[in-house]
Design a protein around this ligand. Structure first.
Ligand code: TYD
Length: 210
């Protein structure tokens, strides 16, 4: 694996997609060859599974079945897009990745051992170099997501569920401090982008902008 692999994680309304796009633009402006992708999705099969998962019918599956489908989508995404891009020396930025399965399906009751096994099968050694966790209080995140567009079924979950997912993301960050950095996502988008940039610059070993 040669290129850097950066993932964005966090709850609903944390602004991941906006920050992933901004970081992509800024890195490209610095001459980096960046592939921006997302989960669930990012490859032809994974996008099909995304369509199935992000519906009321997908939501009706039990959390273990959901975890397996998210992992199947991820396996295809890693095989067909992420691993080849990293091998070719590109920087990959992914809006959500395996930590989302731990936060969403894990907090819904899927045992840790099963999640570890699914991660092993779907991700193998293609672990993120850097994971940016955008942390926001569930009530603030939901308020933002509501103002944006129609909520997907996972966004409609109650505040308690959102709080449990937030706790898992923070737990992952505490467990893997070398990989994960937590940001206060209640900041305005510009300030959040300014907080994220030096961390990425340092991790990727880019020379400071003059
Ligand atoms: P998306 O429209 O990409 O929302 P967001 O802007 O919040 O990322 O929808 C993805 C939804 O799927 C989101 O609610 C989180 C959920 N999800 C899981 O439950 N498990 C997973 O492994 C992944 C990748 C996403």
């Amino acid at each position: 694996m040669k290129g850097a692999f950066i993932t964005f994680e966090g709850g609903e309304g944390a602004g991941k997609s906006t920050q992933a796009k901004r970081l992509t633009q800024r890195l490209r402006a610095r001459g980096c060859d960046v592939v921006l992708t997302r989960e669930p999705g990012g490859s032809a099969w994974a996008e099909r599974l995304r369509t199935a998962l992000l519906t009321e019918a997908g939501r009706a599956l039990d959390p273990t079945e959901q975890a397996m489908l998210f992992a199947a989508a991820r396996a295809d995404h890693v095989d067909t897009l992420i691993a080849p891009a990293l091998k070719a020396g590109q920087t990959v930025i992914c809006d959500r990745f395996a930590d989302s399965t731990e936060a969403y399906q894990g907090s819904a009751g899927v045992p840790t051992q099963m999640l570890s096994l699914l991660r092993l099968v779907a991700v193998g050694p293609v672990m993120p170099t850097l994971t940016l966790i955008l942390d926001i209080a569930p009530e603030d995140g939901i308020a933002r997501a509501r103002g944006r567009e129609a909520l997907d079924p996972f966004e409609k979950d109650d505040l308690e569920t959102q709080a449990a997912r937030r706790a898992v993301f923070l737990d992952i960050a505490a467990r893997e401090p070398d990989r994960c950095v937590v940001f206060d996502a209640s900041l305005p988008a510009d300030r959040l982008a300014e907080a994220i940039w030096p961390v990425v610059e340092a991790r990727l070993g880019l020379a400071k902008e003059g």
